[in-house]
Design a protein around this ligand. Structure first.
Ligand code: GUN
Length: 293
């Protein structure tokens, strides 16, 4: 069935645009650079940071990963961030979450120079997004979902949107983006969460349903309005029923059952994931453009 939103193809479009912007900067003697900071040996973080770094290099963006031991103190990490803030050769700084529990994530994200905060996690950038000020950075995953909708020509203006999940990385910024007064926004946004009384009833009214609550296969066919656009942000590791002892990744959407009902739907993998990296590198080039202006 041809109702898939191909995140890999759309990410490739964004990468092509980013490559052109990076080349224009290089001509002026500026090579965009992003530095990744990883603390400890979380296996998923190792994979994600490795993918981001490889893609950056492919696009002629300078990148490096600094790996710190799990025992790193908050103060030591702050010292490193201040050094990276002051280093003009790094336009973007990304501190990969999760951090060890003895380090306060909010303190760390508030220490990154907002001009280099390509994650969009600094309180100043969170505030700019809410205010509709386009001079900040928007978190990469919801920005990527927004691009999937725009580039797939899904009408957003006036649409009923339901966002499942209210996390700081996806749910809240996603709602802010689509709620904004402006082009490619102006939606009526409902955010459902763990205390929502009847999430299914909300979902059934959605023209656009964004699932980002981290519950495997939560969205069933009965929760989707026929013809709706369904975006699956979920990445959940669950036991693999076919291979005892092994695990596999599933989304928040019961894809096989929902696909025949949905108008458009993202596969998972191959939907939102590639867009997150595409937006990160677009933000990095944006940061370099602004810093060298
Ligand atoms: N961990 C999972 N997603 C993200 C992200 O978008 N940015 C950072 N820094 N860490 C993450």
């Amino acid at each position: 069935m041809q109702n898939l939103i191909d995140g890999r193809a759309i990410a490739a479009q964004v990468h092509a645009e980013t490559t052109l912007r990076a080349a224009a900067l290089l001509q002026r003697g500026v090579q965009p650079g992003i530095v990744f900071v990883r603390v400890g040996e979380d296996p998923a973080s190792q994979v994600y940071v490795g993918m981001k770094e490889r893609k950056a290099r492919e696009l002629q963006i300078r990148s490096e990963t600094l790996v710190l031991p799990e025992s790193t103190t908050e103060r030591e990490l702050l010292v490193l961030i201040r050094r990276l803030n002051a280093d003009p050769s790094w336009h973007g700084i990304l501190v990969q979450a999760p951090l060890p529990t003895h380090i306060r994530q909010a303190v760390i994200y508030a220490a990154v120079d907002p001009a280099k905060d390509v994650d969009g996690f600094h309180p100043a950038n969170v505030g700019r997004l809410l205010l509709g000020d386009e001079g900040g950075f928007v978190p990469c995953t919801p920005a990527g979902v927004h691009q999937l909708l725009i580039r797939s020509h899904i009408p957003i203006q006036g649409a009923e949107v339901v966002v499942l999940g209210r996390g700081n990385i996806v749910g809240k910024p996603m709602a802010s983006i689509l709620l904004q007064k402006g082009r490619h926004a102006n939606a009526t946004v409902t955010v459902c969460h763990s205390a929502t009384r009847d999430a299914a009833a909300h979902c059934r009214r959605a023209d656009i349903l964004v699932a980002a609550m981290g519950v495997p296969l939560f969205v069933k066919a009965s929760m989707v309005k026929p013809g709706a656009t369904v975006i699956d942000v979920g990445v959940n590791r669950v036991p693999d029923p076919d291979k005892p002892g092994a695990t596999r990744l599933v989304g928040d959407v019961d894809f096989l059952k929902v696909q025949p009902i949905a108008g458009r739907i993202t596969p998972n993998p191959g939907g939102v994931g590639p867009m997150t990296i595409a937006m990160l590198l677009a933000n990095t080039v944006e940061a370099a453009e602004r810093q060298s202006a």
